[in-house]
Design a binder for this molecule. Structure first.
Ligand SMILES: C[S@@+](CC[C@H](N)C(=O)[O-])C[C@H]1O[C@@H](n2cnc3c(N)ncnc32)[C@H](O)[C@@H]1O
Length: 292
């Protein structure tokens, strides 16, 4: 029997049939992220969409799947697939003394402040495989401050944290890292800090004596201490504006009064809900001091 539709129903039906694949992709993305959140509690729902979609598709193709719905099915029923996806979603690119002028500004502007504290607590949020935490430990050791510092280096991803704890980095990176170290104002010979092996450089264990590597999700976990410095570089570029504001709320709550917040060179406190709570210090190197 033929079903007759009202003109309005016909328009809805046609619109549905003619829906562009992009709309479908948006629905599938939303459902996949919701499924991941409900089942695994990893909340990627507010990550910036362009890079997120690229990474979801990268995983789908690597799994031999044609749709994001198929990826949802696999992720829900195969925790190992979720682990692989997590690695894809968390962009782990990092380097020792990354953006050397940042470390030079840190030495010049932040170290004198830290000298006035009897004990220093630093939160390195989104530390990836640890190069940033090792760089900070080296800098503080050279300034005579490491002994009284505790660095809490956290990331959402346990796999990268295991690599951070091991302190083994590719030997072929050492040339670039040495150049970074010199440009960052390093005071010794960079090779003093590691023992070169066949393809790895093993960093001195003493550099992690005062570092705690732990899993922490900036989106869903709470504040866990009060810090003198929070370093969170190249993490929030992957977050939507709303999520950035939420995480800035977490940092504001976790930072002592007159504490320092360090962001990546493509990030800024400006145009966030917390811009009035900080003053900029340090030559445009994204170093901010909490004022209120
Ligand atoms: C591009 S790396 C930046 C590493 C380092 N901060 C640097 O600038 O070299 C971004 C890191 O943020 C972590 N990340 C992403 N979302 C996160 C979240 N919700 N909570 C904690 N870490 C997160 C990723 O796992 C990744 O290791």
């Amino acid at each position: 029997m033929a079903v007759s539709l009202t003109p309005a129903e016909e328009r809805t039906f046609e619109a549905g049939r003619g829906r562009a694949p992009r709309d479908l992709e948006a629905i599938e993305t939303e459902l996949l992220l919701e499924a991941i959140y409900r089942h695994y509690s990893f909340d990627f729902r507010q990550y910036a969409p362009a890079s997120l979609k690229r990474r979801l598709w990268k995983r789908a193709r690597a799994e031999g799947l044609d749709t994001l719905s198929a990826l949802q099915d696999r992720v829900l029923h195969d925790p190992a697939c979720m682990e692989r996806l997590l690695l894809d979603l968390s962009v782990n690119v990092t380097a020792m003394f990354r953006d050397p002028p940042f470390y030079a500004a840190f030495r010049e502007k932040v170290v004198p402040l830290l000298r006035t504290y009897p004990f220093i607590r630093i939160w390195n949020a989104g530390c990836s495989t640890g190069e940033e935490a090792y760089s900070m430990a080296i800098l503080l050791a050279e300034e005579g401050l490491y002994e009284r510092t505790r660095i809490y280096a956290t990331d959402i991803n346990e796999t990268v944290l295991e690599r951070a704890r091991a302190g083994l980095f590719p030997i072929d990176q050492m040339r670039a890292y040495t150049e970074n170290y010199i440009r960052a104002g390093g005071k010794r010979s960079f090779s003093e800090y590691y023992t070169a092996g066949y393809d790895r450089a093993a960093f001195s264990r003493s550099l992690t004596d005062n570092v705690v590597f732990a899993q922490h999700n900036l989106v869903s976990d709470h504040s866990f201490n009060e810090f003198n410095v929070i370093v969170c570089r190249n993490v929030m570029i992957y977050f939507s504006k709303g999520l950035q504001n939420q995480v800035h709320g977490l940092f504001h709550e976790s930072l002592g009064v007159r504490g320092v917040l360090a962001l990546g060179h493509k990030e800024s406190i400006r145009f966030t809900a917390y811009e009035d709570c900080y003053e900029e210090i340090g030559h445009g190197q994204r170093l901010y001091r909490r004022t209120v």
